[in-house]
Design a protein. Structure first.
Length: 332
């Protein structure tokens, strides 16, 4: 079975694998890798959802890894002379294809190589957390995300905050009899938007996105509840930031910290252009898989959009780049 990364990219895109529904794409990858002659296995995560792990030439010194899941909605593949389009084209099904093609070349040179494709990266890194319990002791992990074929010098972390305000219901004609939870929440959010955030001269600023707001009963009812979900992109530790958030919303709302993925400084490789990843990856959840490198084709700026694509040239270049970087790491 020959390995054409462009064809495999389209085949993978056309299998819907929105987070939670990765079973079919996992089965397909398992069959592809088994036919190519890898020692392939399904690593159970939840129900029919499996990570796929494959090795060649014994216990691997270096493992390529990325995720099989995508954000919604499903967008089937299409292509023109320069690009492949569709959901997951750059995040991260094109990367899967490039990593398999690179592993094929390294395997033929007798390098001990592994491939690890995980579920759940877009939600909570559930697959990576499970995989971390089954690491075989590889020296290096090349994690694939869309970095435009530049090596990630650092990746920002994530702090997810749930904000809840409570009030008292009343008829809107008599507002003095009630207490508006929405007004409290709006004021709390206003304070957080005005609050100075940490800046790291090497990485850039911490940023805040107010991603979800909900609350209230009806236009003629003073609302007794309101809540919001916020996401901070981190450039350092969070102890002070957490205290600042709590004090900013005190008396208006209660802040709960739902998830934290830490900011990371990463290994670079001589001769490969560098970038800073403002996004979060599975790398913090895969710390048993060796020293991490962040590298992949495609642009994060088109990931999660309705026009998501990957350049065919960049995809082919990524195969050469993965082989080159892996060879340098293995020689170090």
């Amino acid at each position: 079975m020959s390995m054409d990364p462009l064809r495999l990219t389209r085949e993978l895109i056309d299998i819907e694998s929105i987070t939670g529904n990765e079973a079919q794409v996992g089965d397909y990858l398992y069959s592809v890798l088994a036919k190519l002659g890898y020692r392939a296995e399904k690593m159970s995560v939840e129900g029919a959802r499996n990570n796929i792990y494959a090795t060649a030439n014994g216990t691997p010194d270096l493992v390529f890894s990325t995720h099989m899941d995508t954000v919604p909605p499903f967008i089937p593949s299409s292509e023109d002379g320069e690009k492949i389009y569709g959901r997951g084209s750059c995040d991260a099904k094109g990367i899967i294809a490039a990593q398999i093609a690179a592993a094929e070349r390294l395997r033929s040179d007798n390098f001990p190589i592994g491939l690890l494709f995980v579920v759940g990266e877009e939600r909570d890194s559930q697959g990576a957390k499970e995989a971390n319990k089954h690491a075989e002791g590889s020296r290096f992990l090349i994690n694939g995300e869309p970095t435009e074929n530049k090596i990630g010098r650092a990746s920002k972390g994530t702090l997810r905050v749930q904000l809840a305000a409570r009030g008292r219901m009343a008829h809107s004609a008599y507002p003095h009899l009630g207490e508006s939870a929405i007004e409290k929440l709006v004021e709390a959010l206003h304070r957080l938007l005005k609050m100075p955030l940490p800046d790291n001269p090497e990485i850039g600023p911490t940023t805040l996105n107010i991603g979800l707001i909900e609350g209230g009963r009806a236009p003629n009812v003073i609302p007794d509840f309101a809540q919001a979900e916020l996401l901070y992109r981190l450039v350092g530790p969070t102890e002070e930031l957490r205290k600042d958030i709590q004090s900013a919303v005190k008396g208006l709302a209660v802040a709960e910290f739902a998830l934290e993925i830490p900011y990371l400084k990463l290994r670079t490789v001589d001769g490969v252009p560098e970038m800073i990843a403002a996004f979060t990856t599975d790398i913090p959840a895969l710390n048993n898989w060796g020293e991490p490198v962040l590298l992949g084709p495609g642009s994060i700026q088109v990931a999660h959009t309705d026009g998501e694509f990957i350049s065919k040239r960049e995809l082919k270049d990524a195969v050469d780049l993965y082989v080159s970087v892996a060879s340098k790491l293995l020689a170090s």
